[in-house]
Design a protein around this ligand. Structure first.
Ligand code: FPP
Length: 249
């Protein structure tokens, strides 16, 4: 069983287009699938779920779509946070929060504070997130530490970078899922996905169901995770893994 699942929720626009409906209808349908995934993780005891909701690049979409997505986030935050808290979900946001409106930022901060003590599931929503930006910000933090005399350049290693990227306090994602048929990572968690098992499906995000999530888990269960070692070493269970990669099985 993966401890941490990371998902690119793709295909909302095509789902709507196939029904000759505006794209925002697809995003609304997609919001329901988010709840399905949260339930699935809670039921299966998966500790962490990270969802790519809005990329740094998505700000460039048509103004009405960006506006509709912002409205949807606001509604979802107002509607869902109480129930998520009741179910023991710790909610967090990763990405460049400064680009959101004051109203959304305030609700993100409040939702994080309200759910901070929960332990059933850590739900990280990547919003205005880009993997390259994440790594660039880690580099900036390292430079600031060096400039302030808190860190020596020779102490900069994978652990030092890894401690400064998003989700540093969680095990690295074990399983990555992308819906919608495209076979790429699209600037999501570039550092964190180094040894993650990748699973893709043609299914559009609003149509993802429990049976398909089960298929992803079954595929994951038969993967041999070698972390750069040999199959024989893994069979002998050599306790070696690259820095910052938690071996979950
Ligand atoms: C990608 O589909 C999806 C998005 C850019 C938005 C994801 C948002 C949601 C699922 C809704 C709410 C989420 C939360 C966390 C409240 P696309 O528009 O790129 O689809 P396409 O590839 O078919 O055009």
């Amino acid at each position: 069983m993966p401890r941490h699942v990371a998902i690119i929720m793709d295909g909302n626009g095509r789902w709507a287009a196939r029904r000759r409906r505006p794209r925002v209808i697809g995003h609304r349908a997609g919001a329901r699938t988010v709840n399905l995934c949260i339930d699935f993780c809670l039921e299966r005891g998966i500790e962490a779920l990270t969802l790519f909701a809005f990329s740094s690049e998505n700000w460039g979409r048509p103004e009405d779509e960006v506006g509709a997505l912002m409205k949807l986030f606001l509604q979802a935050l107002d509607r869902e946070v109480g129930e998520l808290h009741r179910r023991g979900v710790r909610l967090r946001f990763i990405g460049d929060r400064a680009r959101f409106s004051d109203a959304i930022r305030a609700r993100m901060d409040a939702a994080e504070a309200h759910t901070a003590g929960n332990t059933a599931l850590t739900l990280s929503v990547a919003a205005s997130y880009g993997g390259r930006h994440d790594i660039a910000m880690a580099a900036r933090a390292l430079a600031e530490d060096v400039a302030a005399g808190r860190l020596r350049p020779e102490d900069i290693d994978e652990a030092a970078v890894g401690a400064r990227v998003a989700l540093a306090d969680l095990p690295a994602p074990d399983l990555f899922i992308r819906t919608g048929g495209d076979l790429r990572i699209s600037n999501f968690l570039l550092w964190q996905l180094a040894y993650t098992e990748l699973w893709f499906t043609e299914t559009l995000w609003p149509e993802l169901d429990v049976a398909e999530l089960e298929r992803a888990l079954q595929a994951y269960a038969v993967r041999e995770r070698r972390f750069g070692l040999t199959g024989e070493q893994i069979a002998r269970d050599v306790p070696a893994a690259p820095p910052h990669q938690t071996r979950s099985r």
